[in-house]
Design a protein around this ligand. Structure first.
Ligand SMILES: [Zn+2]
Ligand SMILES: [Zn+2]
Length: 411
């Protein structure tokens, strides 16, 4: 039997892995600047966590969740998104005890058992944040500005933020009833999915790829209670203060049950208007409904795979090590290996040790890995306690005493 990776799962290989790492490093810098700390929560949770928080009637839970029973008969799931685990951790660890206002970011894999297609994987990488304990529109504006900062820091310029409000527990049910009545009145024209979800999740019809655009033109507009209207106006005015470009887009409804008030999605024309590269929103009732205190919150997640695929197009080729140490014969291997260790200890990016190969083959390896210099040690050099330093670009060669090599190469 040939063991292969599972369909929908893939290896992230160099140089792509390097682009992931540098994107994540830049995101971490931005999170630190905004006062967020990293949180790491388990990949596997009780299935019930996602059913209760993400929502029973969402596509994620209904169709896409990697759920299974473990040997102890417990119903578990691989996390399909980051928010539920962070909310559970916030409650379980009493992170609200000293001050409910806490700010977290996370970086990691999420899992969805959707049909594999080009550019979509069953294990995918997300970077996200959750901001607990601030009901003020400043938290909404900060979250959206933070997302824009992360994308800008990564080098993306070609993105835009679409924001919307879904209303709250007072005004949303009224709209929901109006929307249900409207959808029922034109039920025959809807796709099978939307027909089924009229009663359970009518907002999703506005988000439907088939029916959404038409419904969006004709469906009744949402009317907000005074509190929601004021909140949304304040989010926009504060967001302007951050210099983040955005547009109000009523079609942004998000697919999850827990959102209230502000929701947003970021798109890049380089990827296409259909798919958001990031999205999020306010979820003021979720912490309370999961058994925690009534703490408002807001968060977002971005698809790192998509951002990396955009960055890949303009990525500079990865640079090789500065130096490759070549040893000519058995008698010089130990000295060469010691020099390699000394160079690394001095902070020089050095490779080598391919002593099973001939000197010629070692020099070819130095070229292939992109090294700038080769340090060549043979019997003659040993006697002089010096090595030949060869510039692999120009072919120029000099003799340098062993002791001077680390300091010279560090430059
Ligand atoms: Zn409201
Ligand atoms: Zn539909």
């Amino acid at each position: 039997m040939k063991i292969q990776s599972i369909r929908g799962f893939r290896d992230i290989l160099p140089p792509q892995s390097g682009i992931f790492a540098s994107f994540e490093a830049k995101a971490r810098e931005v999170f630190a600047r905004y006062g967020y700390s990293e949180i790491r929560v388990p990949t596997v949770e009780m299935k019930e966590l996602f059913v209760k928080s993400t929502g029973e009637t969402t596509d994620i839970v209904e169709k896409e969740m990697y759920a299974f029973e473990d040997a102890g008969g417990r119903h578990l799931a691989l996390r399909p998104e980051g928010t539920p685990g962070v909310v559970r951790a916030y409650i379980e660890n009493n992170l609200h005890a000293q001050d409910p206002r806490r700010k977290f970011f996370y970086v990691g894999s999420m899992f969805r058992a959707e049909r594999p297609q080009a550019g979509r994987y069953r294990e995918f990488e997300q970077i996200g944040m959750e901001y607990f304990g601030n009901a003020h529109p400043a938290a909404d504006a900060e979250s959206i500005a933070l997302l824009a900062s992360v994308l800008s820091a990564a080098g993306l310029t070609d993105f835009r933020a679409d924001i919307n409000s879904l209303g709250c527990a007072q005004c949303r049910p009224v709209y929901r009833q109006n929307l249900i009545a409207f959808l029922n009145s034109r039920k025959d024209a809807l796709c099978e999915n939307c027909k089924k979800r009229i009663e359970t999740n009518p907002m999703r019809a506005l988000d439907c790829k088939t029916d959404g655009p038409e419904l969006f033109r004709t469906a009744p507009a949402q009317e907000f209670c005074p509190g929601c209207a004021e909140h949304f106006a304040a989010v926009q005015s504060l967001l302007k203060e951050t210099g983040t470009p955005f547009e109000v887009n009523r079609a942004v409804v998000r697919g999850l049950d827990y959102y209230s008030r502000t929701v947003f999605e970021f798109r890049s024309s380089a990827i296409g208007a259909q798919d958001a590269i990031a999205g999020g929103g306010r979820y003021d009732a979720l912490v309370g409904s999961m058994g925690g205190p009534q703490v408002p919150a807001i968060g977002w997640a971005l698809g790192a795979d998509r951002v990396v695929s955009l960055l890949e197009k303009n990525a500079a080729p990865q640079s090789g090590p500065g130096v490759f140490v070549v040893s000519m014969e058995e008698a010089t291997h130990r000295t060469a290996f010691r020099l390699l260790a000394q160079l690394r200890a001095a902070g020089v990016c050095a490779d080598g040790g391919a002593f099973a190969q001939s000197m010629k083959a070692q020099l070819r390896a130095a070229d292939r890995c992109g090294a700038k210099f080769a340090v060549i040690i043979g019997g003659d050099e040993m006697q002089k306690r010096a090595a030949a330093l060869k510039n692999l670009q120009t072919g120029e060669q000099k003799e340098i005493p062993f002791d001077d090599l680390p300091s010279i190469l560090k430059k």
